[in-house]
Design a protein around this ligand. Sequence first.
Ligand SMILES: Nc1ncnc2c1ncn2[C@@H]1O[C@H](COP(=O)(O)OP(=O)(O)OP(=O)(O)O)[C@@H](O)[C@H]1O
Ligand SMILES: [Mg+2]
Length: 199
Amino acid sequence: MKNSTKIADATPIDDISGLKLDTSRIYTLEEIYFYEAKNITKAALKYLSSMPSKKTAPFTFEWLLQLHYEMFGDVWEWAGKLRKTELSIGVKAYMVSTELKKLVDDLEFWEQNKSFDIIEIASRIYHRAVQIHPFLNGNGRWSRMLANIYLKQNGLQPTKWNENLLSKENIHRDKYINALKKADLGDYKELISLQGNLL
Ligand SMILES: Nc1ncnc2c1ncn2[C@@H]1O[C@H](COP(=O)(O)OP(=O)(O)OP(=O)(O)O)[C@@H](O)[C@H]1O
Ligand SMILES: [Mg+2]
């Protein structure tokens, strides 16, 4: 870990190596979130301002990585790169690319066989993507963006997730985590209802 003293905030980000901003100065966490949000807005404009074609958003393995790069590449070196280290959430690092490719194949199967309706497919994409946790950070925002692009591409409204969904102050946090845990057990009902803009 290097440069970790450059963040002037009590809230820890354990590793800021890979920050692409001007490393000769100190950033607060709020500033970093601001630059991340600005970067993510560019991706949202590209994919969500009108219905994205299959060419623009092909849901291939390579594009899944590209999307993460488009969301975080202005700010972080690790954007769009699969993690090589273990995290407390997510599959083992050596399984990440296999699991992501499996998700791409499953998606193709669900579409061909009309296994689920669009919103359930979006929920399954989101849950599986964040469960795999392919990147060092930004997995939640990337997975929610993926699901939203899928909804938009299929003529549905993207989910308006609450800001700072996971922050302790957010009253919906428990609901959100519990919905993900139920989805781990194969029960997607709660996640689907959260994605259906009920928040
Ligand atoms: N206890 C938990 N059980 C299940 N999933 C969790 C838990 N804690 C975190 N997560 C998942 O991990 C995501 C956070 O991962 P990460 O920090 O890589 O993403 P982020 O985009 O930076 O954060 P956020 O999703 O909070 O905006 C959460 O959105 C949630 O989906
Ligand atoms: Mg995070």
